[in-house]
Design a protein around this ligand. Structure first.
Ligand code: UD1
Length: 421
């Protein structure tokens, strides 16, 4: 299994191109299941989550063609998913549920596996489909969903603004009979991106970027072409790479409008952030950074997917920072690893941690249990004395395209080491 060897690095300098968004491209690929015509998605990032989803879509009878960095998907011969392995590997596999049910009238899907960061229930997805007329049964680890005729429009109120459920029900509603209203929908930019694709396919959706979405079902959707938005979490992660090394990085393609709260926090910590039209210039040259409190929340609040990376920065910033995690119940697994590197962190219950800045971290062998926590350890390694070995790189391969190449190009001392099996 491979690992990353990260060594204390000089201030990072230069440009990092930000890839397209992992969390946008996954539901968008599943949107292609709503039509029998070609859907072409431009600039698809090379990530293992994308590969896993390609395999799952292929097992749904969808043809998957790579043309350069574009993907052309055609679900003319749609069927129920045949490959359970891929469903269990990736939580986002639930995105096939809504589209396959809407077109096929029946779906059997292995329940996606749990995930280290929390229980990740699916009750909103399933109860919403029930409200739209589906009969749902959970048997032997499978969801069995059936409808007679078409899904029916319904007025649905989510108890939590779930990103996954918003995407799933939105997709299902495009082909339902009549009007569907989703109240307390999630407003993340990735949902706006999915709405843009669905609209280009002929869907009738009102309320983009708001918590109330109104969908008028249509009989059929058609093919479309779509360019995916930039990855705001990747951009935020590299902004911290600049900050933690006292460097200066220009993040090409980054969209400031999707990173309002993290930018505010960076500025309050003492980092200069200049907003370009399609870029961000992060400058922490010669700056002494000070701790700030963060509290994760639904968009446009502080993103939970940047909590671990900010915590890494706080471990070497002056003073104390209070980190409150409100979205996932088990998202402090990077804490013991950061403490192995000399960080001073006190966790209180499941939801809050006090970080007191130390002068210096020291390299250590560390291991993370999820994608963003793993990146936090890479960040800590860039600022730590000596060498940090980050194990389980498969987490990082799920969501950071060309991570070591991008970091090395701006001066980081990072190496991917493949060990003999
Ligand atoms: C997505 C992101 C993930 C991010 C999360 C929150 C993808 C592929 N993943 O995950 O990186 O951390 O949004 O921004 O886009 N919930 C329920 N019932 C449900 C569904 C969710 O109670 O049926 C709860 C969850 O337990 C959690 C909260 O809602 O506390 C948010 O979950 P959700 O927005 O659904 O996260 P995902 O879409 O799985």
């Amino acid at each position: 299994m491979a690992h990353y060897a990260v060594r204390e690095s000089p201030p990072l300098r230069g440009e990092i191109p930000i890839s397209t968004s992992k969390n946008a491209v996954l539901p968008i690929m599943c949107g292609a299941l709503l039509t029998g015509e070609d859907v072409r998605i431009e600039r698809v990032p090379e990530l293992t989550d994308v590969k896993t989803l390609c395999a799952l879509l292929a097992s749904c009878g969808c043809s998957v063609k790579k043309e350069g960095d574009a993907l052309v998907l055609n679900a003319g011969a749609l069927q129920n998913p045949q490959d359970e392995e891929d469903v269990r590997k990736m939580r986002a596999s639930y995105y096939v549920l809504g589209p396959v049910l809407a077109r096929e009238g029946h779906v059997e899907l292995s329940l996606p596996g749990g995930c280290a960061i929390g229980a990740r229930p699916m009750d909103i997805h399933l109860s919403s489909l029930e409200q739209m007329g589906a009969t749902i049964e959970i048997k032997n680890g499978y969801v069995h969903a059936d409808i007679k005729g078409r899904l029916k429009g319904a007025h649905i109120t989510f108890h939590t603004a779930s990103v996954g459920a918003t995407c799933n029900i939105l997709m299902a509603a495009t082909l339902a009979e009549g009007e569907t209203v989703i109240e307390n929908a999630a407003k993340e930019p990735e949902i706006g991106d999915l709405i843009d694709l669905l609209t280009a396919m002929g869907a009738k959706i009102e309320g983009r970027d708001s918590s109330k979405l109104t969908i008028q079902g249509v009989d059929k959707l058609h093919g479309a072409q779509h360019k995916v938005i930039a990855d705001r979490i990747e951009a935020g992660s590299y902004a911290i790479a600049a900050a933690i090394t006292n460097g200066r990085l220009e993040l090409i393609n980054a969209q400031a409008s999707t990173l309002r709260t993290p930018i505010e926090i960076l500025r309050a910590m003492g980092v200069s952030v200049e907003e370009g039209k399609d870029s961000l210039l992060i400058d922490a040259k010669g700056k002494t950074l000070t701790g700030q409190d963060i509290m994760t929340d639904y968009y446009p609040g502080f993103p939970t997917d940047l909590q671990a990376q900010f915590m890494a920065l706080m471990t070497v910033s002056e003073g104390a920072s209070l980190v409150t995690e409100n979205i996932w119940e088990n998202r402090f697994m990077h804490v013991p690893e950061l403490m192995r590197m000399g960080a001073n962190i006190n966790v209180h219950g499941h939801a809050s941690a006090i970080v007191r800045g130390v002068k210096r971290l020291s390299g250590a062998p560390v291991m993370a249990t999820d994608l963003r926590a793993s990146f936090a350890l890479v960040l800590a390694g860039l600022a730590a004395e000596g060498e940090t070995v980050v194990n389980r790189v498969y987490h990082l391969d799920r969501g950071y395209e060309k991570l070591d190449e991008k970091l090395r190009a701006v001066g980081a001392d990072i190496e991917r080491i493949k060990e003999a099996d």
